[in-house]
Design a protein around this ligand. Structure first.
Ligand SMILES: Nc1ncnc2c1ncn2[C@@H]1O[C@H](COP(=O)(O)OP(=O)(O)O)[C@@H](O)[C@H]1O
Ligand SMILES: [Mg+2]
Length: 287
């Protein structure tokens, strides 16, 4: 398949048109992943836009987003396929008289996200979200799928994608991923946006917030992230905070309003206290 975009810049522009503002390095990584048919592994802190870019890519490419949310203990029967046991049982009973009852065929498979994505091929964007929450064994299980875009089901055989789906994996880096997994992917570290990009994101995602307030929020959030908090606020929290400030009637950022609405921005008591201590520095001084 020819590359759907002529350049990383064109991809970036497309993402912008669906409300996602990517920097050059992320646009390039996504551009290469699409062109090379390689999974894209995105690592970074919470709330930097890792999940969102998979949604935006699906939107932009006009593909289905197939999402696999990982968690501790996830295994093949939740991620790939399961047998439709009830149906198998009914059909075995019904056919007892005739004697023929092969109930281990495709018809009796329940598709889970990975199988759905393989069968959809390049009509899908497969998001394997928060892979760091899954166990090592699950990561190992993904290796065949990520290198061959195929899986082997013992009773049926190999099921291969006719054309590779775009695969985006995300990790919040709560643990290290295996080098075997990393090697199969293109890797990109997603950092927090700088003040200017975050301001632009606020303008796109919360257009009802006045530009002056959005600018002050973007600047204040940069300073808050520099505090080395336990959980620094993500972009989603910045958007919520701007909304909260507007809700309490703030036309510009004041220390009192900032403290009053901190519940929308900082989700830990120690972190909130740290922010409250420097709240006067968050507001531009009148000159
Ligand atoms: N580059 C971006 N452009 C537009 N919106 C963004 C961007 N980055 C983050 N966001 C916003 O921040 C929210 C949180 O992002 P998300 O993708 O859930 O973070 P992560 O998966 O990295 O934890 C998204 O719902 C979106 O509204
Ligand atoms: Mg996420």
């Amino acid at each position: 398949m020819p590359h759907p975009f002529r350049s990383p810049a064109e991809l970036s522009e497309g993402l912008g048109s669906v409300g996602y503002l990517a920097d050059d390095a992320l646009s390039m990584a996504a551009y290469l992943a699409l062109g090379l048919n390689r999974p894209l592994l995105l690592e970074g802190a919470n709330g930097v836009g890792k999940t969102e870019i998979a949604k935006a890519l699906a939107d932009l490419l006009g593909r289905d987003l197939v999402r696999l949310q990982c968690y501790e203990g996830i295994d093949a029967s939740q991620a790939l396929y399961d047998w439709h046991y009830a149906r198998q049982l009914i059909d075995v009973r019904a056919r007892e008289s005739t004697g023929s009852a092969d109930v281990f065929t495709r018809d009796y498979l329940l598709s889970r996200p990975l199988l759905t994505a393989l069968e959809a091929g390049d009509r899908a964007v497969l998001l394997i979200d928060e892979i760091d929450r899954a166990d090592d064994e699950f990561e190992a299980f993904l290796l065949e799928l990520l290198s061959d875009f195929a899986v082997t089901i013992p009773e049926i055989g190999r099921i291969a994608a006719s054309s590779p789906p775009l695969v985006v994996l995300t990790s919040n880096r709560t643990r290290d991923l295996h080098s075997a997994l990393r090697r199969r992917c293109l890797y990109h570290w997603v950092g927090h946006p700088d003040a200017e990009r975050e301001f632009q994101i606020l303008r796109v995602r919360a257009p009802h917030i006045p530009a002056v307030l959005a600018k002050q929020v973007a600047d204040a959030v940069q300073r808050i992230r520099a505090l080395t908090l336990g959980s620094p606020p993500g972009v989603g929290e910045a958007i919520d905070w701007a909304g909260a400030l507007q809700m309490v009637g703030a036309a510009t950022l004041s220390p009192a309003d900032a403290v009053a609405t901190l519940s929308a921005l900082v989700k830990d008591i120690d972190d909130q206290q740290r922010v409250a201590e420097i709240v006067d520095d968050l507001v531009p001084r009148a000159s």
